[in-house]
Ligand binder design. Structure first.
Ligand code: ZN
Ligand code: ZN
Ligand code: ZN
Ligand code: ZN
Ligand code: ZN
Ligand code: ZN
Ligand code: ZN
Length: 463
């Protein structure tokens, strides 16, 4: 037997292949379709009982999109066909086997059925609609007797004609105005809204009167009006311990005016003393802070304003100077304060120029530094060099000092002005110490000497 698939339009408007008897999804679809058909409201036929020729022998309903079995000439709904083929594949009217390639759409019959005159299925309830079957389903969309669900989602079903009454009077999900604050609320939330509504009327907790107050005004009532509210005397801070109903308060103020006055007087005098005490303390602190800030300033200035240069291997270096192998020694560079002048020392252990062979010559030189732009120029601070005596007996040390106060004038600019090159020319004490003096005291000890340089920071600016 050959099966040629044929497509027949069915109720629901979709195309259902006759050949596909299979998937459970299809079966479910058909069962749902049949159940829906059964639940549908049937019209009331004008001709009374519906003649058999318009009735489907499979579902007993009026024929919808009918098909005809060519072999026997009987009709069924196209939506009933797949079940018929699946179960027995025989015509449900005459039981003849169905030839699948001998099934045709009965369009004329469909037109005939759709043109049958009908009353609304709710005629019995009072609907007076009358028309042809074709228009019945459209009528049901507006039929006042049709059952409909509440659109607010309250779950209630009712005839369409009761819609407005339900929505305005019965529905628990309808919107209503709060009679106190006049905001929109859902009817079933009314009670819980009242427990928070700021305009809901509640009685005074002190039961001062039978009047009710809007919730938002109750605090003000208790704070300013309620005669039964317990309050403290405003002179409480001054020492009056009276506490009582507001009603009795006027009397208390009258009776206690003298004692209030004296309490207030005492309080004022105590306050005055306190203020004085605070002023004194604050002045003391001001003085102390001034002192500290001066100390900090001084520290800032002296930090680095003194530098000690230790020269090791003195005898070897002296020889090198003597033989002119290395006449000058240079110290590491140093800052006069954290953000001060950048300086370096140089020493000629066998003397320089005219002092050669007679004196140790000592010089200082200004190097180009990172903070030069912030400093005052030309450099004018007194510089003091000291050769330190290393005598173990601290009290018997005889340091050797020499100081230079820079003479600020145009000729000295190469020494004292802000450096343009890496470093300025050196200045200092060509006759710092007699060569003979170096062997005296304890200037050289462990083959090392110490040279201290100090700057007068008095006029140095604060950065
Ligand atoms: Zn049928
Ligand atoms: Zn038949
Ligand atoms: Zn109706
Ligand atoms: Zn409702
Ligand atoms: Zn409210
Ligand atoms: Zn009250
Ligand atoms: Zn008082």
């Amino acid at each position: 037997m050959t099966e040629s698939p044929i497509n027949i339009s069915v109720y629901e408007g979709s195309l259902l292949s006759v050949r596909s008897t299979g998937s459970s999804k299809d079966r479910l679809h058909r069962m749902v379709g049949a159940a829906r058909r059964k639940a549908e409201l049937q019209p009331q036929w004008k001709i009374g009982e519906l003649p058999l020729k318009y009735r489907c022998s499979s579902c007993s309903n009026y024929l919808r999109f009918p098909i005809q079995f060519e072999n026997c000439g009987h009709h069924v709904c196209s939506s009933c066909l797949p079940d018929i083929i699946r179960v027995a594949s025989r015509c449900p009217t005459c039981q003849q086997p169905i030839a699948k390639d001998k099934i045709t759409n009965a369009n004329d019959l469909e037109k005939e059925v759709q043109n049958l005159e009908v009353y609304c299925g709710y005629k019995i309830k009072g609907c007076d609609w009358f028309g042809i079957l074709h228009d019945f389903s459209v009528h049901l969309e507006t039929c006042r007797f049709m059952l409909t669900n509440c659109l607010n989602g309250c779950g209630v079903k009712f005839e369409r004609r009761f819609l407005s009454k339900h929505q305005t009077e019965d529905c628990v999900k309808r919107m209503i105005d709060c009679e106190f604050c006049h905001t929109k609320i859902i009817f079933e939330d009314e009670i819980s809204h009242f427990s928070a509504c700021s305009e809901f009327r509640i009685p005074c907790p002190n039961q001062c009167s039978t009047k009710n107050f809007p919730r938002s005004q109750l605090k003000n009532h208790l704070d300013t009006e309620c005669l039964k509210q317990e309050i403290s005397c405003p002179f409480n801070d001054c020492g009056c311990e009276y506490r009582g109903y507001r009603a009795a308060f006027v009397q208390h103020m009258k009776e206690s005016s003298d004692s209030h006055l004296s309490l207030a007087g005492k309080t004022i005098s105590i306050q005055k003393q306190l203020i004085k005490l605070y002023e004194e303390r604050s002045n003391e602190q001001k003085i102390y802070i001034d002192l500290l800030s001066r100390k900090v300033n001084a520290l800032e200035k002296t930090y680095g304003a003194q530098y000690i240069w230790r020269i090791d291997n003195y005898h070897e270096k002296f020889q090198e100077a003597h033989t002119n192998k290395k006449p000058t020694l240079y110290s590491p560079t140093f800052l006069t304060s954290r953000h001060g002048y950048f300086l370096g020392l140089s020493i000629c252990l066998f003397g320089d120029g005219k002092a050669k062979g007679k004196y140790v010559s000592l010089f200082i030189c200004i190097h180009r530094g990172d903070y030069d732009a912030l400093l005052s120029w030309p450099f004018s601070h007194r510089v003091t060099f000291t050769l330190l005596d290393q005598n173990e007996d601290v009290n018997n040390r005889r340091h050797l000092s020499c100081s230079v106060k820079p003479n600020v004038c145009k000729e000295n600019n190469p020494f004292l002005d802000r450096p343009i090159a890496e470093r300025n020319a050196s200045f200092g004490c060509p006759r710092f110490a007699e060569l003979d003096a170096m062997t005296k005291c304890n200037y050289v000890k462990d083959d090392a000497i110490f040279i201290k340089v100090e700057l007068d920071s008095e006029e140095m600016i604060n950065i």
